[in-house]
Design a protein around this ligand. Structure first.
Ligand SMILES: [Zn+2]
Ligand SMILES: [Zn+2]
Length: 291
């Protein structure tokens, strides 16, 4: 059998049968033994050890037709979302469960519905902690229930901030609020081409409260809606001032789980306080952690 890579021309580098000199010499000096010839076309056996994984054919041939990419078209432009921990829901963008066990869920209408349920004496929280924090929840001073008042803008800013506005700027802001109120009235009383407002907000006394059937329940995973992280923030200052969003007060994020995840307080209170170990190299070139 010739080995072209070692003796390409067969000109006597080996023993005449194409073998390299060192192989030929070793074979001649070795005691006679029974030689088992392998057919040249037979592949060498694959060594199997605890560190080697034998190659196996794929379980199925890959699909030749390209998978169509589903593109999500945003329909929820609301600015407030919260993480909803549950494996029961799928992302409305890609149809998958959240990679981290949660999805971003719009709470723009949910906050109002929770407050409305409380005002009607209905169940609005799933545990005692939510019922307790529920005494302090509100839509905030920028909420729709506050802005229904004609001059609510003057309550939203401090005396110091008020003096930074010129009379022209102040008049423009108030006229913009008037314009919004006028448009809301037109939509609710059929004076506008849009007929949805009266259906979605049927309560004339509290026109900011949506019908439950019209609640925006957009649920999206982090891959499909990364801006959801910017929408799901909480103001710690607001919470300290007893201005707690209803979904945060009632633990809406965990309502599907039925419990709130808890961590060991002894562990949590030390987070960030433990010294970061310094690393230096010893004379033996091994890593040594110095505490
Ligand atoms: Zn929404
Ligand atoms: Zn998704």
């Amino acid at each position: 059998m010739s080995i072209p890579e070692t003796d390409p021309e067969g000109d006597g580098d080996g023993d005449g049968d194409g073998r390299p000199p060192h192989i030929a010499q070793a074979a001649d000096e070795a005691p006679a033994r029974e030689k088992v010839e392998q057919p040249p076309s037979r592949p060498l056996p694959t060594p199997i050890s605890s560190f080697a994984t034998p190659r196996r054919p794929p379980l199925r041939t890959p699909l030749r037709t390209p998978i169509p990419i589903r593109r999500w078209e945003p329909k929820c432009n609301h600015p407030r979302m919260a993480r909803l921990y549950s494996g029961a829901y799928k992302c409305s963008g890609c149809g998958r469960s959240g990679h981290f066990g949660w999805l971003y869920r719009c709470v723009m209408d949910r906050d109002i519905l929770i407050l409305n349920a409380k005002s009607k004496g209905e169940q609005y929280a799933f545990d005692a902690l939510g019922l307790d924090f529920g005494k302090m929840m509100s839509l905030g001073k920028f909420g729709a229930d506050s802005r229904i008042l004609r001059y609510s803008f003057l309550r939203e800013i401090t005396e110091e901030q008020l003096h930074t506005y010129t009379p022209l700027q102040l008049g423009r802001v108030l006229s913009q609020r008037d314009h919004v109120h006028r448009k809301i009235y037109e939509e609710r009383h059929g004076l506008s081409p849009s007929k949805e407002a009266a259906q979605k907000y049927p309560n004339n006394a509290r026109p900011w409260v949506p019908d439950k059937l019209w609640e925006c329940q957009a649920k999206l995973c982090h891959d499909c809606h990364r801006i959801g992280s910017d929408k799901s923030w909480l103001s710690l200052n607001g919470i300290m001032n007893n201005d707690i969003p209803p979904h945060a007060a009632t633990g809406f994020s965990f309502s599907n789980l039925g419990f709130r995840p808890e961590a060991d307080v002894e562990v949590v209170k030390n987070i960030g306080y433990r010294a970061v170990p310094l690393v230096r190299f010893s004379s033996l070139s091994t890593l040594v952690f110095v505490h």
